[in-house]
Write a protein that binds this ligand. Structure first.
Ligand code: FES
Length: 331
């Protein structure tokens, strides 16, 4: 049976949303739970590709994004790995404390802003729980007979989910780098010489992502693919280019709005019942993506690539603003 589609009148509101059951729960390492989510009536779930994530819509109104890390060929289960954050804002704590086997949770997605692009060679770099999307990518590349290596860092060996399994199965490809044994990841050696036909994929905490951007600066643009789960810092240039006041026109709805310095575009659209979904409200999940028909956005998101930002075809209205006095959106 195929998954039901949720229909609504506009752009990003067509996403699959449903209640799933925790079919299985395990704790591969301390502080991380792995949940297998399935439809209560065993209906098939929408297909996904490596790098995709889903939203968990938790009881207390919190929505959190988690990468899918199982086997995309299995349409019966979505697997996620969730780290209990030391300074949890509610999401990971809820998952760890409440989502036991048999519990249900509202889920939306999947969505993929970190897709695996075809290449001859891949260098994967993961930090901590950032291994979740990377592990799905590795299995896909391995199945396709591609060439890859993984550099995987974590605080301690005991905190690194899937580490033992990956190292055992792919000893010549996987390098584990527990910080207490080996210090910070040696990105310099890994990325010193740009290599042909090679893509670099990284997911992990912000300092790792920033270091990767720095170490890949001399590689051709577009080679480095990263996924953020926390907003990136804005440059002074990005802050300066955004107008305080501008007009947003929603072409399909036939409505226009004045946006002031204290308001986000998404919040104004939501208040006026323009059909658009939000999830993270901080520019990291890509849920609110809107097509730009006219005008130049001042991008402040952490989702789009540099090329996508430069093309000005889409924007994330939860955080992004405008460089032009008028912005026309396909909403
Ligand atoms: Fe997450 Fe806008 S709501 S990017």
């Amino acid at each position: 049976m195929s998954a039901p589609a949720v229909t609504a009148p506009s752009a990003n509101v067509h996403e699959f949303t449903t209640e799933l059951t925790v079919r299985q729960r395990s704790t591969p390492v301390e502080g991380v739970v792995v949940l297998d989510l399935a439809h209560p009536a065993d209906e098939e779930l929408p297909r996904w590709g490596p790098g995709a994530h889903i939203d968990l819509m938790l009881d207390d109104g919190v929505t959190r994004q988690y990468s899918l890390c199982g086997d995309p060929r299995d349409a019966g289960v979505w697997r996620i790995g969730v780290l209990l954050e030391t300074h949890s804002r509610g999401g990971s704590q809820y998952v760890h404390e409440k989502l036991h086997e048999g519990a249900t949770v509202r889920v939306r997605g999947p969505r993929n802003h970190f897709p695996l692009v075809d290449a001859l060679h891949y260098k994967f770099v993961a930090g901590g729980i950032g291994i979740t999307p990377i592990s799905a990518m590795i299995e896909a590349v391995q199945r396709a007979g591609g060439d890859w290596t993984l550099l995987y860092g974590g605080r301690t060996r005991a905190s690194m989910a899937f580490a033992e399994d990956l190292a055992e199965r792919y000893p010549s490809r996987v390098t584990l780098w527990p910080q207490d044994e080996r210090g910070l990841l040696d990105l310099k050696s890994l990325l010193e010489k740009p290599q042909d036909n090679t893509l670099v994929y990284c997911c992990g905490p912000e300092p790792l992502l920033a270091a990767m951007e720095q170490q890949c600066a001399h590689w051709p643009s577009g080679v480095l693919h990263i996924e953020r789960f926390a907003p990136r810092a804005q440059s002074a240039e990005e802050t300066a280019e955004a107008l305080d006041h501008f007009e947003v026109v929603c072409q399909r709805s036939g409505a226009s709005f004045e946006i002031g310095p204290e308001q986000s575009v998404l919040e104004v659209l939501e208040e006026s019942d323009i059909p658009i979904l939000g999830s993270c409200y901080e520019g990291v999940c890509g849920t609110c993506e809107a097509k730009v028909l006219e005008g130049i956005p001042a991008h402040r998101d952490s989702v789009l690539t540099d090329a996508e930002r430069a093309s000005c075809e889409v924007m994330m209205p939860c955080v992004s603003r405008s460089r032009t006095e008028r912005l026309v959106l396909d909403l």
